[in-house]
Write a protein that binds this ligand. Structure first.
Ligand SMILES: C[S@@+](CC[C@H](N)C(=O)[O-])C[C@H]1O[C@@H](n2cnc3c(N)ncnc32)[C@H](O)[C@@H]1O
Length: 198
């Protein structure tokens, strides 16, 4: 039986990695799941010390968490996902990859205690409420009010975190980032942004 290191080839490109998912999930990858290079850069910032505990808010099929966990075996990556089906795909992918330091939770992030984490990843999870035609599916009720509610809720949670908490946003419009966070790094196109709480 091989451990996660036997899967090194899967972590060389998005096409290779996405093979672990069914066809329908692979087709959603370009628009909805974090690209390998972005996940690698975000995870390196969040897993900055051994034992770091990172939460992906809206973890989809687990791509960010599984890549982060593979490259940072000394840290822990957790994902919370509202769509039960995607959560189940994330769990299956974890089994296939034999990555021990990643785990997934099924549910809405508003029902979840964020106290135990010192880093957060956010790939514009609420945006589908503003553009339902580009959404993952038609299984949830889309509404601009929910975008505002979730963004404000996340902003409050982030504001309550201790100084030094790390946050990475990808494709975010910034609505969920409180003023108490300082931008410390960003990609050239500013789509990937790294923040630390003052
Ligand atoms: C753009 S995808 C990103 C998936 C994953 N983070 C990645 O990078 O591959 C956003 C995900 O957030 C989930 N999501 C949106 N709102 C949520 C909420 N309120 N609670 C939990 N998950 C949510 C969606 O179902 C979707 O799977």
């Amino acid at each position: 039986m091989s451990d996660s290191r036997g899967n090194a080839q899967l972590f060389t490109s998005d096409n290779a990695f996405d093979q672990i998912y069914p066809q329908g999930i692979q087709q959603l990858s370009k628009r909805h799941w974090t690209p390998l290079q972005i996940a690698t850069a975000a995870a390196a910032f969040l897993a900055h010390k051994p034992g770091s505990r990172v939460l992906d808010i809206g973890s989809g099929v687990g791509k960010f968490c599984l890549i982060g966990a593979y490259f940072h075996p000394e840290s822990y990556f957790y994902g919370i996902e509202q769509r039960e089906e995607l959560y189940l795909y994330a769990r299956q992918a974890k089994e296939v990859l034999k990555v021990e330091n990643a785990d997934f939770i099924s549910g809405n992030f508003t029902r979840f205690n964020a106290d135990q984490y010192d880093g957060f990843y956010f790939y514009n999870s609420f945006f589908e409420h503003l553009k339902p035609e580009d959404g993952i599916d038609q299984q949830i009720n889309y509404s601009a009010n929910l975008y505002d509610y979730y963004s404000r809720y996340m902003q409050e949670i982030m504001d309550q975190r201790v100084s030094g908490t790390r946050l990475v946003t990808y494709y975010s419009m910034g609505d969920e980032v409180p003023d108490s966070y300082q931008l410390v790094d960003a990609s050239d196109d500013m789509l990937l942004r790294m923040w630390i709480k003052r």
